[in-house]
Write a protein that binds this ligand. Structure first.
Ligand SMILES: [Zn+2]
Length: 302
């Protein structure tokens, strides 16, 4: 069902570029699900020097999560920092932060990161999966990340997939590149990572990776299996361009991890402000916002 929604705007053009008349004429019967907004409240790389509202401490993390939740986010994507801002994948830090966010944001879906920060070992990165979250991110390949390389070789991906299978964690398959989607599908097909229904996050606009354009997004969405759900993350100035997903039946992620401003030169005062912008766009386009409970159903978590 959701996949049909996901393909509504795109799959009328098949990968070969030939219009599929059946889908063109079926569009009235396709039900559009409510919009799931994910807030990526701090990431691992952004700093208070760039935007003073970037959260490091427990109190700041809760403040930012609650601002996003109150504005309409059903999902919080979680990285954690030590109080001085240093990124960490420490299991106990995740436990404390996630418990506090759950207490402040009843029912919210938490997706801890297994990407961590560039340079961390796979073992370090996997720590939050020991807390048995209902979902976690799974980055689907190696790519440049600024001047660094974000390492995700196949043995690492298989280890992450195995952990998620064992701990019954639904991956959010993060694809920065078109080839990452192929890797995710291969892992799932071989039973090396959880399979359908799959949830994808297309992270577009990272320098040197797949650019954040609507045609690129349409192509990616046209390649996902029936029954999948998808979210798009537009990096930096592409954040709100990629909210094109609202009209395409997909879902949207925003937050300080991905962008620090509401518009050129205007810093967002909170993650809530970024989420509110997406809510506003959704309202204009006539799409309702999913509650955490509704998001859980759409993502097949219950
Ligand atoms: Zn992240």
């Amino acid at each position: 069902m959701t996949s049909s929604v996901g393909r509504r705007s795109c799959a009328v053009i098949s990968p070969s570029g030939i219009a599929d008349k059946r889908q063109l004429f079926q569009k009235e019967s396709i039900k559009t699900e409510k919009l799931i907004i994910t807030a990526a409240i701090c990431g691992a790389e952004v700093t208070k020097e760039q935007n003073p509202a970037v959260p490091y401490t427990l109190e700041e993390m809760v403040r930012e999560a609650k601002s996003a939740y109150d504005a309409g986010a059903a999902v919080i994507h979680v990285h954690v920092r030590w109080d001085d801002g240093t990124p960490t994948q420490d299991r106990e830090r995740f436990r404390v932060v996630m418990d506090a966010i759950r207490a402040a944001c009843p029912g919210v879906i938490l997706i801890p990161s297994t990407g961590g920060a560039v340079g961390m070992t796979p073992e370090e990165r996997l720590q939050p999966t020991e807390l048995m979250p209902e979902m976690a991110t799974l980055d689907c390949g190696t790519c440049n990340f600024g001047d660094d390389v974000f390492q995700n070789d196949m043995p690492t991906l298989r280890a992450f997939g195995k952990r998620m299978l064992e701990n019954h964690i639904k991956p959010e398959y993060e694809c920065f590149e078109i080839g990452h989607l192929d890797t995710a599908l291969t892992l799932a097909r071989k039973g090396q990572a959880p399979g359908e229904p799959m949830q994808f996050n297309f992270v577009l606009g990272v320098g040197g990776c797949t650019p954040a354009t609507v045609p690129n997004l349409c192509y990616l969405v046209s390649q996902i299996p029936a029954g999948s759900t998808w979210t798009v993350t537009g990096i930096g100035r592409h954040a709100f361009t990629m909210a094109a997903a609202i009209a395409m039946g997909g879902n949207v992620r925003v937050g300080f991890e991905d962008e620090l401003t509401l518009s050129r030169g205007v810093l967002a005062k909170s993650n809530g402000e970024l989420v509110a912008r997406v809510v506003e766009l959704a309202k204009l386009l006539g799409r309702e916002i999913a509650t955490p409970d509704e998001a859980r159903r759409i993502l097949s978590l219950k």
